[in-house]
Write a protein that binds this ligand. Structure first.
Ligand SMILES: [Zn+2]
Length: 420
């Protein structure tokens, strides 16, 4: 894969070297050194990464600003007055003990596209904006895709303010703590956006198995995140007889154990995951009186997701009674999203011109691009993930592939911004 020839005038080696440096630097901003990237939104590590990204944007000559969510924008002005921007970027938060590439790869790609604009002294008609988004993973405040949902207005100011992390810290309190200003403008008019391009690692095995460096994303799967709350009765672990208990954790465990069957029954590649479980009061000698757990459901077909949501609700309901109360809240629901046809053709054309092998691919993971797809024209590229792994410290992608994606986005962005 590495001997693919690309016209050397683009300085592929230089771009690749800079990409490696960015990725290395950003991966140091982790709360779990030696055990992957843990960069929760509005944490100390968020601030470190944020400062680095802003500094690099300024070095390229971009005008840097943050919005009331803490999303970062680096703008290269266009010659047209009040014209909409071509946005390129991704998120810079991580899951707990995640990898160095999920999110940052797309932010870094944006920075490098802007660097090429600067290096070649291009004058775009439409502005180019590099963006770095917060809380895509939902690891601190739940729900996910928070930065992009905020920008387009899908997440209201009140809903944003009401979100708390597991320690009860609100979004605004957490923002202020790292010096961000929640009173800055939040929602952005869709008229200010001409297109959005996102590069992401595939997070699956397909591209690597095929030996293809670039996947051009056609659509992004439908997904939902549910939050199940199970309430019981706390009691002494030693003195409460077994038949007198309403143990919230035992009830939750029975529900969770049945979830995989629901996905298997549904078929069509439907997947279901409980990745988050909070037990209250979480003491070894206290019967749990409350459990809150997540249920993430995904499928390429919307009807499969809708069916499984209903089945989960029925399952949870079944365990109500005998001192146990249950409720299900839907934190996130996203329909499958198609990428813009014109941008798809543009990306295919540019990739072919570089003689880089590519294939069409669907995304099994949710991305900020799918949020933007209802508000502007969206295109997305994938690069291979080593062994298909992601959301773990072993996550790795080849910086050569990232550099190729940068060249493709650079050419696409020139066209979309009508740069000369
Ligand atoms: Zn991601």
């Amino acid at each position: 894969m590495n001997d693919i020839q690309i016209r050397s005038e683009y300085g592929l080696d230089e771009v690749q070297a800079r990409i490696e440096k960015h990725i290395d630097t950003l991966s140091n901003f982790t709360a779990t050194p030696g055990n992957g990237t843990t960069r929760l939104t509005y944490s100390k590590e968020d601030l470190q990464a944020r400062n680095y990204i802003k500094e690099k944007m300024k070095e390229i000559g971009l005008q840097v600003r943050e919005d009331g969510f803490g999303n970062i924008f680096g703008k290269l002005e266009g010659t047209l007055k009040d014209a909409p921007s071509v946005l390129i970027g991704s998120h810079f938060d991580s899951v707990p003990n995640g990898g160095s590439y999920d999110g940052p790869a797309g932010v870094v790609a944006g920075l490098e596209v802007a660097s090429l604009f600067a290096k070649n002294q291009l004058k775009p008609k439409y502005p180019l904006e590099i963006i770095a988004l917060i809380e895509e993973e939902g690891s601190r405040f739940g729900g996910g895709l928070m930065g992009s949902r905020g920008i387009v207005g899908m997440l209201s100011e009140d809903d944003f303010k009401s979100l708390k992390d597991k320690d009860g810290v609100t979004t605004e309190e957490a923002m202020v703590k790292i010096g961000l200003d929640p009173s800055l403008p939040k929602k952005r008019d869709s008229k200010t956006m001409k297109a959005f391009l996102e590069l992401h690692i595939e997070q699956g095995p397909i591209l690597e198995e095929k030996g293809i460096p670039i996947g051009i994303v056609e659509s992004i799967v439908s997904l939902t995140q549910l939050e199940v709350t199970v309430k019981g009765q706390a009691g002494h672990a030693g003195t409460t007889p077994m038949d007198r208990r309403a143990d919230a954790l035992v009830a939750a465990a029975k529900m969770i154990a049945q979830l995989p069957e629901l996905a298997e029954e549904e078929g069509n590649g439907t997947v279901i995951t409980t990745g988050q479980l909070n037990v209250f009061p979480n003491g070894s000698n206290v019967i749990p009186d409350k459990v809150v757990f997540s249920v993430d459901i995904r499928s390429g077909k919307e009807e499969n997701v809708l069916n499984v949501i209903e089945k989960v609700k029925e399952l949870v309901d079944f365990y109500s009674g005998n001192g146990i109360q249950t409720s299900v809240e839907q934190l996130l629901y996203v329909q499958p999203k198609m990428m813009n046809k014109d941008i798809l053709s543009l990306l295919k054309k540019k990739t072919s011109e570089f003689n880089v092998p590519y294939c069409s691919i669907n995304s099994g993971a949710g991305h900020d691009a799918m949020v933007f797809s209802d508000y502007t024209d969206v295109g997305m590229l994938f690069i291979p993930s080593k062994n298909g792994l992601s959301h773990c410290p072993e996550e790795w992608s080849d910086s050569r592939h990232l550099a190729m994606a940068v060249q493709i986005f650079y050419e696409a962005a020139k066209k979309l911004t009508e740069a000369e």
